[in-house]
Design a protein around this ligand. Structure first.
Ligand SMILES: Cc1cc2nc3c(=O)[nH]c(=O)nc-3n(C[C@H](O)[C@H](O)[C@H](O)COP(=O)(O)O)c2cc1C
Length: 388
């Protein structure tokens, strides 16, 4: 396994189709999903020569904390569908590598278990549904577990039209149709492992669920769609959360400016990995205008479509402070299991980023972030960043 593409190909073989499509798919005709990856590939960095950089330091600081590398794991619900133990495996590998793991509200492992496994590196991602008291109790649990970085997701307040899931009749708990049974029977390794571990569920909702043993994904999505999302939500979160607060799912520069003005500490430029709407810009396209809107000192993170260390280098050179990856980590665990998969994924990304930095003439992440050293450009919309 030498690249994320290798991991994805193996994951596709090992996972039942209904599961692979849930992870891999996007909204509508999946144009955003494709655009996310294509826009990264089209972005070119021009190397500088005669720059000695025999050794590279990949560590970087974000909002007062130093991380071993400039990337981390973005929040994802139901990770344990990829393989039993995925959340814990990723959290442990992330802590070992000194990078953050953002645990989702919809995670298949509890806040407390993940915070215990990665005490310094767990972030918590909050979705606010129809019942604000549930959101507040999740915040209290995250605080009590020692978590100090909150990611408030604001781009998923309505159920997306994910056609692969509709065609596969994806539901949780899984409904045993003849097609699903054939799908599971042709992937016995996953099916037996998942049967032995117990089907994943929404662990963080067990204390408030009517039927904690069998929480329906449809109910969760309906609850999200009832969320009352306006600027008062951010004000409430800011007043209630005393530590680092990052708002995820921002594409418009004016929104980013207002989020900064309301006292958040950062934004994640994200289109939810193309899972919400098929007509929106790729996150790497949206990044430069957001950086320009919030200025050089506000923390700007990015996710959606990052599939390599080269993409991480592209994002940093285009103005991001930090990069998050989603599906990449689930391909890794589905391909290689919950223990080896996350570690191998991190190692592939680290090796690619290190090679890119050496070739580009960068010894540090700060070098890479000095965009005036390169000329990042998407050929269809060239932008001149000046020259060193
Ligand atoms: C299976 C899956 C589940 C996700 N669940 C959540 C979630 O619970 N909360 C959230 O903020 N984003 C969620 N996302 C979106 C990711 O946080 C992120 O924005 C996206 O995956 C980034 O794109 P990438 O997968 O191309 O890296 C999910 C994405 C995937 C693939």
């Amino acid at each position: 396994m030498h690249s994320v593409a290798d991991l994805r190909a193996r994951a596709r073989q090992r996972l039942p189709r209904v599961v692979f499509d849930f992870i891999d798919g996007g909204a509508g005709d999946e144009a955003t999903l494709r655009r996310n990856e294509a826009a990264f590939q089209e972005l070119r960095l021009v190397p500088r020569v005669f720059v000695p950089c025999r050794s590279r330091d990949l560590s970087t600081a974000l909002l007062g904390q130093t991380y071993g590398m400039p990337f981390g794991v973005t929040p994802m619900g139901l990770c344990n569908l990829a393989w039993p133990g995925t959340d814990l495996g990723i959290a442990r590998a992330a802590a070992q590598a000194g990078i953050p793991y953002a645990l989702s509200t919809m995670a298949s492992t509890s806040i407390e278990d993940i915070a215990r496994a990665a005490p310094e590196h767990t972030w918590f991602q909050l979705y606010v549904g129809g019942d604000a008291a549930i959101a507040d109790s999740l915040l209290d649990r995250a605080l009590a577990a020692g978590i100090r970085t909150l990611v408030l997701t604001v781009d998923a307040n309505f159920t997306a039209r994910r056609l692969r899931d509709r065609r596969n009749h994806f539901a949780l708990p899984l409904r045993p149709t003849p097609r699903l049974l054939a799908d599971l029977a042709s992937h016995p390794h996953w099916s037996l492992a998942t049967l032995a571990a117990g089907a994943p569920t929404f662990e963080n909702f067990k204390p408030t669920a009517k039927n904690p043993r069998s929480i329906d994904i449809k109910d969760m999505l309906v609850a999200l769609a009832q969320a009352h999302i306006d600027w008062s939500l951010l004000e409430h979160a800011r007043a209630r959360w005393p530590h680092r607060l990052i708002v995820k799912g921002v594409l418009h520069p004016e929104d980013a400016r207002r989020i900064a003005a309301l006292g958040a500490d950062g934004v994640v430029v994200s289109n939810h990995g193309g899972r919400q709407l098929a007509m929106v810009p790729s996150s790497i396209e949206a990044l430069p205008a957001i950086r320009a809107a919030v200025g050089p000192d506000f923390a700007v993170l990015i996710d959606s479509g990052v599939r390599s260390g080269d993409d991480i280098a592209r994002a940093l050179a285009s103005g991001a402070d930090f990069v998050l990856l989603g599906r990449t980590f689930l391909y890794g665990t589905a391909a290689l299991g919950a223990e080896q998969g996350p570690r191998a994924t991190i190692e592939i990304l680290r090796g690619e980023l290190d090679t890119a930095m050496a070739q580009l003439g960068c010894s540090t992440i700060a070098d890479l972030r000095r965009a005036d050293r390169f000329t990042p450009s998407i050929p269809t919309a060239p932008t001149s960043r000046g020259s060193a």
